[in-house]
Design a protein around this ligand. Structure first.
Ligand code: QUE
Length: 349
C-alpha cells in the first residue's frame, strides 16, 4: 500500500496495479495524489520482478476528471501563487516521467478522462480505451489552456493533419468518444471488458491478455467518430495559423449539407463558453508544440498557464464551471479581437 490512501498499489502476477481511489471527486488529482503517484512509479521502477504497470480507477464512472483546480484557485486568490506553481511543476514532472518510463504502462480509461487525467494516461505505452471512455481537454472553459503535455500529444496524432485536429480538440474542448480515440491513435487498444483483461493479465501474463482482449472498433456498435466524419472540414478551418484566422474561417463558412451544418453549429456553441484569451493562447501554444519536443511543450504550457492563473479569468472560469456551476462566466476581454496576441506568443520557447 502506498502512504496515501487515495492511491492504492499492489502487485498481481508480475504487474504493478496502481489504483486511483478518490471516487467522490471523480479522481480529480490533488497534490497528495500526484506525489503518491510519483512514489508508486518509483516503488517498482528498478524491481526486476515487476514487468509493467497498469493504472486504473476504482470507479467505472471516471478514470480521472482533472486536476485540483478548485484548490489552485483558492491559493491564487490568497496571492499564494507559489503553491499552484509547485503543484503544476510536480504534475508535469509526473507526466514527463510517464512518457519516459522504462517499463510498459497501461492506463485503463473507463468513463471520464479529462485534463489531468489525460496527463496520467496518454503518455503511457498502452492507452486502453473502453466503450465508456469520454476524453477531453476542457480548459478553455475555466480560463486556462490544455496542459499536462497534451498540447504535444494532440498535435502528434496518427490522424491526417494532426495539428488542425489537435487545435480543434483543444479549442472546442471536444469530448472524444471511444471511436475518436481509436481512430486518432490516442488509444492503442480497445477493450470491452477491462475486469476480464486484468484477471487474464494476472493469470496468463500481460502480453497474452492484451492480445486476447483487444478488439477492433468495428466489432462493437460504437457511436461514430465525429473527428473522422468531419475531418476535412476540421482540417480546412482549424489549420488557420492563429485563433483570429480560425474564427474568420468559421464565420465565413456555410454549407447546404445538413449534417455538417449541425456539427458546425455545435462547434460554434461549444466555443461560446470559452475564454477568448485562452483561445488565442491555445492556438499559438499548440502550433509551437507541434514543432518542439515534449519537454519544451510542457515548459511552454507551464509558462502560459502560470500567466493565465495570475489573471482574473481563471478564478472566474473555475467559479462558473466547478463552484457555482452557473456556466455563465464573465471573461475579460469578452471578445477575441481585444486580446493582446503578442503578450501570449512572447511566452513561448
Ligand atoms: C476544466 C477543468 C476541470 C473540470 C472542468 C473543466 C478540472 C477538474 C474538474 C472536476 C470535475 C469533477 C469533479 C472534480 C473536478 O472539472 O480540472 O472534483 O468532481 O478537476 O471545464 O480543468
Amino acid at each position: 500500500m502506498s502512504t496515501a490512501d487515495v492511491i492504492k498499489t499492489r502487485v498481481e502476477g508480475n504487474t504493478a496495479i496502481v489504483e486511483l481511489d478518490r471516487p467522490r471527486a471523480l479522481n480529480a488529482l490533488d497534490h497528495t495524489m500526484i506525489l503518491a503517484l510519483h512514489e508508486a512509479f518509483s516503488q517498482y521502477e528498478a524491481d526486476d520482478s515487476v514487468g509493467q504497470y497498469i493504472i486504473r480507477s476504482t470507479s467505472s464512472r471516471a478514470y480521472c476528471a482533472g486536476g485540483d483546480v478548485r484548490w489552485v484557485r483558492e491559493q491564487d486568490l490568497a496571492d499564494n501563487h507559489a503553491a499552484g506553481d509547485r503543484y503544476f511543476a510536480d504534475e508535469y514532472e509526473l507526466n514527463y516521467r510517464l512518457a519516459n518510463f522504462p517499463k510498459p504502462v497501461a492506463a485503463i480509461m473507463e468513463g471520464f478522462v479529462m485534463g489531468g487525467g489525460m496527463g496520467i494516461s496518454m503518455h503511457g505505452s498502452h492507452r486502453i480505451v473502453t466503450p465508456s471512455t469520454v476524453a477531453a481537454m476542457p480548459e478553455m472553459n475555466i480560463g486556462f489552456v490544455p496542459d499536462v503535455g497534451i498540447s504535444h500529444v494532440l498535435t502528434h496524432m496518427k490522424a491526417t493533419n494532426s495539428v488542425a485536429m489537435g487545435v480543434f480538440a483543444g479549442t472546442t474542448c471536444w469530448r472524444m468518444n471511444a471511436a475518436d480515440m481509436m481512430a486518432t491513435g490516442l488509444g492503442t487498444n480497445l477493450i470491452a471488458d477491462p475486469d476480464a483483461f486484468r484477471e487474464s493479465a494476472r493469470t496468463k501474463g500481460f502480453a497474452e491478455a492484451l492480445d486476447a482482449h483487444s478488439i477492433s472498433p468495428e466489432s462493437l456498435d460504437l457511436e461514430p467518430s465525429g473527428m473522422i466524419t468531419y475531418a476535412d472540414w476540421i482540417s480546412d478551418v482549424f489549420s488557420g495559423d492563429s485563433w483570429q484566422e480560425i474564427e474568420q474561417r468559421l464565420n465565413r463558412f456555410s454549407t447546404s449539407d445538413a449534417d455538417l451544418n449541425d456539427f458546425v453549429e455545435h462547434v460554434k456553441y461549444q466555443l461560446t463558453a470559452c475564454n477568448p484569451t485562452s483561445l488565442v493562447a491555445c492556438v499559438d501554444l499548440f502550433r509551437r508544440s507541434a514543432e518542439v519536443d515534449l519537454r519544451t511543450a510542457l515548459d511552454n504550457e507551464l509558462a502560459v498557464g502560470s500567466a493565465l492563473r495570475r489573471e482574473p479569468n481563471f478564478a472566474e472560469g473555475v467559479r462558473a464551471v466547478l463552484i457555482d456551476k452557473d456556466r455563465t462566466p464573465k471573461f475579460t476581454p469578452g471578445n477575441t479581437a481585444d486580446v493582446d496576441v503578442e503578450k501570449w506568443r512572447a511566452l513561448l520557447k
